[in-house]
Design a protein around this ligand. Structure first.
Ligand code: ZN
Length: 429
């Protein structure tokens, strides 16, 4: 099930997207209070925008815009809204996204072709290990996608290894949808309760929330830890509420495939100009086919690299590499540019490290400081030194390392109402 447009030539894909862009601009000009205002203020005549290269002439949309003018982004009367979801905002208040019936259909299509991309077929059964409620988009998207694909789904939800295993043994799912570090908890539970992982029947896991790969697409330490214990195939998928769209790996696992019928991708540098091919930049997206709250040139804050060579799976679409880091979490540390995910890989190399949190702050001379707070099985000066040495070897610099109680780290990681564990606390002014 590969949509025809994904097998088309890059030139044809570009033309296709330009047509969709025109439709979107006409729609925004007619229905979006927010974009009407911005187009007017910035003297934008949407009819002059013909090509993807013209995109740079259009205003960008930031998370702050979305937060400040949230209601003005809604393009339909309220009675057409079916589902409300929220995303945690950067200024504190959550941003609301409203989806119409057509948007839910689009979301189902998006997730169905994403699952199909990862090799999931109609005959498969998937076990959902993420939240489906709590105003969360992803869980619902998975459910709708599986339904559209005609596969089966078991909605277990997040956590509770015992119930997960009960379900795996009872319903024999072939794929799991999970946060990778939770798979480690499942392995641990299986080992403690004499469950034979080889007999589980699970072929693969669609993984969200945490990175599985290094920039060269080899498995990172976390993913290796999983697959060395449990012989399953791990697939990365990258998505967000604002995008309403997922980038999922195919069986060749060389980045998440772009679906040109759903989203336009730009990768921009500091000056908001497209980066040179193959360079890291900020992922900036324009949604296609969204009716409720379409976004034009939305800056996601994620730093990524695009891969444009044709893929062995037959799709010619661009693929996104693993997220290098969050733009605002970029750390300038002792002359090196760092992103927190690089630190995760290093800390995951230590068996003794149970949990940790990275704290970033500024010092009195205005440069960044990093303190890693760790809960360890056997905290010792030797371990502290070994961690610092490993940092120096991998990233050329060593941050401050402190040991804390597991409870204290857990309290920092899971503040009230949080749907995902927090791994970085940024105290920079
Ligand atoms: Zn592919």
């Amino acid at each position: 099930m590969i949509p025809e447009i994904e097998k088309a030539s890059l030139a044809d894909i570009k033309l296709f997207q330009e047509e969709k862009l025109s439709e979107l601009l006409t729609y925004l000009q007619a229905n979006s209070k927010y974009y009407q205002k911005v187009f007017k203020e910035q003297d934008v005549d949407v009819s002059t925008i013909k090509t993807l290269e013209d995109l740079v002439k259009l205003p960008l949309t930031s998370k702050e815009d979305l937060q400040k003018y949230n209601d003005d982004f809604l393009c339909v009367p309220k009675r057409k809204v079916i589902d409300y979801v929220t995303t945690s905002g950067t200024l504190g208040d959550p941003v609301t996204f409203a989806l119409t019936d057509n948007d839910l259909e689009r979301l189902a299509y998006n997730e169905a072709i994403s699952f199909a991309c990862a090799g999931v077929a109609e005959t498969d059964v998937l076990q959902l290990m993420t939240t489906i409620d709590r105003r969360f988009m992803a869980g619902l998207a998975y459910f709708l996608g599986v339904r559209k694909l005609g596969a089966g789904i078991i909605r277990v939800g997040a956590g509770i290894p015992e119930l997960q295993w009960d379900s795996i043994l009872k319903f024999k799912p072939t794929y799991l949808i999970a946060v990778p570090s939770f798979l480690l908890k499942l392995i641990e539970y299986a080992n403690q309760h004499s469950i034979d992982l080889k007999e589980s029947g699970v072929k693969g896991a669609i993984c969200i929330g945490e990175s599985l790969r290094n920039q060269d697409f080899t498995l990172n330490t976390l993913a290796e830890k999983i697959t060395s214990n449990w012989d399953i195939k791990l697939f990365s998928t990258y998505a967000s509420t604002e995008m309403n769209t997922a980038f999922t790996e195919c069986e060749h696992q060389q980045g998440g495939h772009h679906h040109p019928e759903l989203i336009i991708v730009e990768i921009l540098d500091e000056d908001h100009l497209p980066v040179v091919d193959g360079e890291v930049g900020e992922l900036t997206i324009t949604t296609l086919g969204v009716e409720g709250m379409p976004l034009l040139r939305f800056k996601t804050g994620d730093m990524v690299k695009a891969h444009t060579s044709p893929c062995k799976c037959g799709r010619n679409t661009m693929r996104l590499g693993p997220v290098v880091g969050r733009k605002k979490q970029m750390i300038k540390y002792k002359g090196t540019t760092l992103y927190p995910p690089a630190m995760d890989n290093i800390l995951n190399d230590f068996q003794e490290v149970q949990s940790y949190i990275v704290e970033i702050s500024n010092n009195s001379i205005g440069t960044d400081e990093i303190c890693i707070k760790i809960a360890a099985n056997n905290p010792s000066e030797e371990l502290q030194q070994a961690i610092k040495d490993h940092f120096r070897a991998k990233l050329r610099v060593a941050p401050k390392v402190e040991f804390h109680d597991a409870q204290d780290i857990s309290a920092l990681q899971f503040p009230k109402m949080s749907r995902k564990p927090i791994k970085v606390i940024d105290n920079r002014k």
